[in-house]
Design a protein around this ligand. Structure first.
Ligand SMILES: [Fe+2]
Length: 284
């Protein structure tokens, strides 16, 4: 999931009023004119809406074409992660040991991460408000989409899909240090005023979504939006401006989550980032 700060593009929470036959994409999306994709996304949304607190996450029967998108992304990200992902992320990813042939189910991921860190990934149908997202995060719930990105543009998705959740976020919910940082973002966000919340949103975006840290003398990614998109990783290496990690600079920098990122923040190490951001969150 990615926090969306400028209005909800899609029905957001379980139980929301919804006409699920066709999901209309209300921002610049490569599938804006593809009614079949939108209809399929609506069907998956219907599955997500069946979720009830305390029950296992409903399973989606992904199609062969959707499994093929998963395989394509998996092959591309494996190679990229080997040279461009932080070790802590890679260790957690290896431990998840997900099926490489079929789109993973949130229920199966929960069976691995919940006993370790207490986190659960539960379904949501699209962008959610910051208050909703962080409120759930505070109690160890990570709101996750179940629909899958557009097959004609698999290397980058403008909005969070199940591949983003699974490749980008699931490892950070399994690793105890990063899971605690996720939870700390939630705990802080639910107690601050709107102006401070905007800073928390930016800090979350420029760390757990798009963060980079030096490792073995090179920039490595630990942010979910970067690690779940082969195109974003390539863009980040070749085109993006890497700015020095700085709390004040991050709080003063706006972002647009639906496009490739042109500026990112690079810290001296992932451990430094976690310690610094945690200390900052505790002061708010
Ligand atoms: Fe995300």
């Amino acid at each position: 999931m990615t926090v969306q700060t400028f209005g909800s593009s899609l029905p957001s929470m379980s139980g929301a009023a919804l006409s699920p036959e066709i999901i209309q994409l209300k921002f610049d999306h490569p599938a804006n004119d593809d009614v079949e994709y939108q209809r399929r996304r609506g069907l998956i949304t219907e599955v997500s809406l069946r979720y009830r607190e305390g029950e296992p996450v409903p399973r989606v029967e992904y199609t062969e074409a959707e499994d093929e998108v998963w395989r394509t992304i998996g092959q591309r990200t494996d190679a990229a992660h080997a040279r461009f992902a932080c070790q802590r992320y890679r260790d957690a990813w290896a431990e998840l040991d997900l099926d490489r042939d079929r789109v993973p189910q949130l229920a199966d991921i929960n069976a691995v991460i919940t006993p370790r860190t207490g986190f659960r990934m539960t379904p949501v149908t699209g962008f959610v408000s910051p208050r909703s997202f962080f409120g759930e995060l505070a109690r160890g719930v990570f709101l996750s989409t179940q629909y899958i990105r557009y097959a004609k543009t698999p290397l980058f998705s403008p909005d969070p899909d199940v591949i983003h959740e699974v490749i980008g976020h699931a490892p950070t919910l399994l690793d105890p240090l990063l899971a605690e940082l996720n939870r700390r973002f939630g705990r802080t966000a639910i107690r601050v005023d709107d102006a401070t919340l905007e800073e928390v949103i930016r800090m979350h975006w420029f760390t757990l979504e798009t963060g980079l840290a030096i490792e073995d003398g090179r920039p490595k990614a630990y942010g979910a939006a970067i690690l779940s998109s082969p195109q974003e990783m390539e863009h980040c290496i070749t085109r993006a401006t890497l700015r020095p990690f700085d709390i004040e600079a991050i709080c003063g920098t706006s972002f647009e989550p639906t496009v490739l990122q042109d500026q990112l923040f690079l810290s001296e190490s992932l451990d430094y980032t976690v310690a610094t951001v945690s200390a900052w969150l505790d002061t708010l």
